[in-house]
Ligand binder design. Sequence first.
Ligand code: ATP
Ligand code: FE
Length: 361
Amino acid sequence: RIVLGIETSCDDTGAAVMDEAGRILGESLHSQKEVHLKTGGIIPPVAQRLHKENIHRVIQEALDMSRISPSELSAIATTIKPGLALSLGVGLEYTLKLLKQYNKPFIPIHHMEAHALTVRMIHPVQFPFLVLLVSGGHCLIAVANGISDFLLLGQSLDEAPGDILDKVARRLTLIEHPECTTMSGGQAIEHLAKQGDRMKFNLKSPMGQHFDCNFSFAGLRNQVTQIITKKEKEEDIEKGQILSCVNDIAAAVQHTVASHIAKRTHRAILFCKMNGLLPQNNAALVVSGGVASNQYIRRTLQIVTDATGMALLCPPPKLCTDNGVMIAWNGIEKLREGIGILHNPKGICYEPKAAFGADIS
Ligand code: ATP
Ligand code: FE
């Protein structure tokens, strides 16, 4: 059995063809990152236009590489939510065209569930496990009980960690920094933080008094913005120029994001242990999403998992950010279990029951 996976939820056009054993037969990915870096953020109609320009080529490349013709596919799996409506629409419209033309079943994919289960492609981690998703649009922690069965323990009450790293990077105009011109905000912060001293700035860790497993990053962003404004005055530089203490700011913000994520994750682990939600032996914490490619954050989480006797599992960085492979893999997992397969999809406005529930939109 073979699945074609299609991803267009945000700013990456991705496609992959995968067989039942989880082998990638063909894949292709077009990133719009450079365009959006220049405009300082994603403009949805621009993302939509770029998806439209690239989707045919990306899908064709994945199919060509796999030497599989669309008529040989068992099903097509496409991200239906969450994401930018205009971007999602491009993938769904193209999917519908293929489904009609080749009369194939459709497997609707929840983008966050796909991020959560990607690790099973490369590591045979068994359910239940704890999963932390840290990305540009989300921050959530859940117990994965099955392919389509998640218990949400906590989520960000405001912004996502990738989002605040991107905003801080933009405020510091890191796109103008000679070492960071092609990096996303998160990558630029990680790169500069290696040369900085986090102790130079004292940032308050969020939610010290909140005895739950939720996250919050907006207050941290405000703290950093105030520091940047103050430093700009002190150094008497124009907006847009690079501060001399940029490495120290990057190190401080990265450390505070890492420590907040680690503290909330620790709470979630203790909650799971108290309530018997995870296996007594070999319990695992899976971390994925674009921010999970940050090595400092991984090392901080490793301290928590070592202290609590858990295994820390992260997909390789390439699979942490958006791609077609994770969508095809989620399709394969659903096909194997025989769940969530639609044989006669009528339109693209399909709203399945999301396993993460209404908490994510
Ligand atoms: P979502 O999955 O929530 O819809 P998304 O798909 O836009 O959001 P991803 O592609 O998973 O998000 O991740 C992109 C985010 O990851 C960006 O905010 C980027 O700054 C961040 N990121 C990428 N690399 C790193 C890194 N090395 N350190 C920290 N953050 C990073
Ligand atoms: Fe994503």
